[in-house]
Design a protein around this ligand. Structure first.
Ligand code: PMP
Length: 476
C-alpha cells in the first residue's frame, strides 16, 4: 500500500494536501530510504558528491522546501546548485511544462525551429545586456554549463585563429577536458591527466585572501596592471590568447565577486587587444547576484555570455550568446543531440519572464543583504567565521581555525574540517548547504530567489545554532 507521507504538513495549502493521490514510484518509508541509500552507495560511482554529505531521499519539493522519504523536511539552500531561481515546482514553470505536454508539440527536435524555441530566444535576447543582444547570435548547446563553455572556447578559437586562454585561479567552468583546464582546482584535472597547456592562469582578485598580499584597492590595482602589462609586453612570453574567460562572481571557487573596477578594466584591456571576453554566467545569471546578470554590477557587456542553470526553469538548458562578428563557424561546428529540449525552453521562457516581471533580482539583493547582515553578526559572535561575502543570493561564509595566527592581512587559515562539521550540523537541523572555495572551507548559500523573509530568518536561525555548536568544540 502506498504510504501517505507528511501527515504533519497536511492542510493549509501545503504540498501534501495537493498531492493526495501521488503518481510515480512507491514512496519509501524510513527503512526504504535506508535501503535506497545503501543501494546507491553500492551501485553509483565513487565520483558521487552531494549524495555523500546529504544522505536524504527527496520525494517531494515545493519552493525552498524538500520533503525526505523519512518524513523529514529540509530547507534547500542548494536549489540544484543555483539552478532553481523560482524554487522547486513553481506553478509558473510547472504550468509551462504541462502546456507543452498537453499540446502535442514534439519534445525532441534537435536544432529545428519551433515556436517554443522562437519565444525563448526572443525572451532571452530581450533581457540580455542591450549592447550584446543588439547584434547577437545564439547557439543552443548540449544542456550542461560545461558544454556551453566548451562551445564558447571553440567559437573564440575559430574566430581568432589562436589557441591560448586567459583564465583565473579559483575558477570553475565544468568537468570536461577544456573546462577542467580552465578551472582552478587541480585535483580532478591531475587525476584525469588532463592537460592545461595554453592556459595562462592569473590570480583572481579578492580582498580576504588577496593573491598579491595587499588587499583592498591596492589588490585590485595590481590585478589590473598585471593583466595590462602582460598583454602589452612583447617579451612576456604569453601565448596569444583566443579569449579571456571569467566568472562575474566565482561560485564554486568560494563565492568571490569580481571587483567592479577590475572587471571594467578587464573589458577595456581585452577590447584594446581584440581578445574576446567570455563571461561565464552559468551560476550568476538571471537575478542571482542582485542584478539580472553578474556583469551588470560592473556595467559591462562581454563578447560571449555563457548561460545555463536558471535559464531552463529547472530543466537542462545551456546556450551561448555572442557578438555576430565572432560567428565564423561553419555548419556543424558545434552540435549535440539534446539541443532542442522544448520543455526546458518553455519552462525557461516563463521563468525569465517571471524573474523580470517580479524584479526578483531586486528581491535577491534585498534578502541577500538581510542574510549577509545576519551572517556578519554571527561572524562577530563566532570567530570560526573568518569572512562573509557574496552578492545577492550567492553568499559564502568562510570557516577558519579561530585560534590559529592570522596572516598579515588578518585572515586565519581555512578550516575545511570545521566547515564539513558545520555543513553536517546544518544538515542535522534541516538545512541543505554545500561547501566550496580553494580549501573547501566556504559554506555556500544559493537559495531560490523566491525565498521569503521568514525562510531567510530560519536559515539564519539554523546556521547560528550550528555555529554555536561548532564553537563550543572547534577542534579540527
Ligand atoms: N560554469 C560555472 C560558473 C558553474 O558554476 C558551473 C556549474 N556549477 C559550470 C560552469 C558547469 O555547469 P554544468 O555542471 O552544468 O556542466
Amino acid at each position: 500500500m502506498r504510504k501517505v507521507l507528511f501527515e504533519a504538513h497536511r492542510g493549509g495549502g501545503s504540498i501534501a494536501s495537493r498531492h493526495q493521490a501521488p503518481v510515480g514510484p512507491e514512496e519509501p518509508d524510513e527503512s526504504g530510504k535506508t535501503a535506497i541509500l545503501a543501494r546507491q552507495a553500492k551501485r553509483e560511482s565513487a565520483a558521487r558528491t552531494y549524495a555523500r554529505h546529504l544522505p536524504i531521499v527527496p520525494v517531494r519539493a515545493e519552493g525552498m522546501t524538500v520533503y525526505g522519504a523519512d518524513g523529514r523536511v529540509y530547507l534547500d539552500c542548494l536549489a540544484g546548485a543555483g539552478t532553481l531561481a523560482l524554487g522547486h515546482n513553481h506553478p509558473v514553470a510547472i504550468g509551462a511544462i504541462r502546456r507543452v505536454l498537453d499540446s502535442g508539440a514534439p519534445l525532441h527536435v534537435l536544432d529545428l525551429a519551433t515556436p517554443i524555441k522562437d519565444e525563448f530566444t526572443e525572451t532571452l535576447l530581450g533581457v540580455l545586456p542591450r549592447e550584446l543582444a543588439a547584434d547577437a547570435r545564439i547557439q543552443f548547446c548540449g544542456p550542461s554549463g560545461a558544454d556551453a563553455v566548451e562551445a564558447a572556447l571553440k567559437l573564440a578559437r575559430t574566430a581568432t585563429g589562436e589557441t591560448g586562454l586567459i583564465a583565473f585561479t579559483g575558477a570553475y567552468h565544468g568537468m570536461t577536458a577544456a573546462t577542467l583546464a580552465a578551472s582552478g582546482d587541480t585535483s580532478v584535472r591531475i587525476a584525469a591527466r588532463v592537460s592545461d597547456a595554453g592556459v595562462t592562469r592569473l590570480p583572481f582578485p579578492q580582498d580576504y585572501r588577496c593573491p598579491y598580499g595587499v588587499g583592498g584597492e591596492g589588490g585590485v590595482r595590481i590585478a589590473t596592471e598585471r593583466l595590462r602589462r602582460l598583454l602589452a609586453d612583447p617579451g612576456s612570453g604569453l601565448t596569444p590568447p583566443a579569449a579571456l574567460l571569467v566568472e562575474p562572481v566565482q561560485g564554486e571557487g568560494g563565492v568571490i565577486p569580481a571587483p567592479d573596477d577590475w572587471l571594467r578594466a578587464v573589458r577595456e584591456i581585452t577590447r584594446a587587444h581584440r581578445i574576446p571576453l567570455i563571461a561565464d554566467e552559468v551560476q550568476t545569471g538571471l537575478g542571482r547576484t542582485g542584478e539580472l546578470w553578474g556583469v551588470d554590477h560592473a556595467g559591462i557587456a562581454p563578447d560571449v555570455m555563457v548561460l545555463s542553470k536558471a535559464i531552463g526553469g529547472g530543466l537542462p538548458l545551456a546556450v551561448i550568446v555572442y557578438r555576430s562578428s565572432l560567428d565564423r563557424w561553419t555548419e556543424g561546428a558545434h552540435a549535440g543531440t539534446f539541443r532542442g529540449h522544448q520543455l526546458a525552453m518553455a519552462a525557461g521562457t516563463t521563468t525569465i519572464k517571471y524573474v523580470r516581471e517580479h524584479d526578483l533580482a531586486a528581491r535577491a539583493r534585498k534578502v541577500g543583504e538581510r542574510l549577509e547582515r545576519a551572517l556578519r553578526e554571527a561572524a562577530r559572535q563566532y570567530p570560526v567565521v573568518g569572512d562573509v561575502r557574496g552578492r545577492g543570493l550567492m553568499l559564502g561564509l568562510e570557516v577558519v581555525y579561530p585560534d590559529a595566527a592570522p596572516d598579515p592581512l588578518g585572515a586565519r587559515p581555512a578550516a575545511p574540517g570545521l566547515a564539513r562539521r558545520l555543513r553536517a550540523a546544518a544538515f542535522e537541523r534541516g538545512l541543505l548547504v554545500e561547501l566550496g572555495g580553494h580549501h573547501g572551507a566556504v559554506l555556500r548559500l544559493l537559495p531560490p530567489l523566491t525565498i521569503t523573509d521568514a525562510e531567510a530568518d530560519r536559515v539564519i536561525g539554523i546556521l547560528t545554532d550550528a555555529l554555536a555548536q561548532l564553537s563550543r568544540d572547534p577542534r579540527p
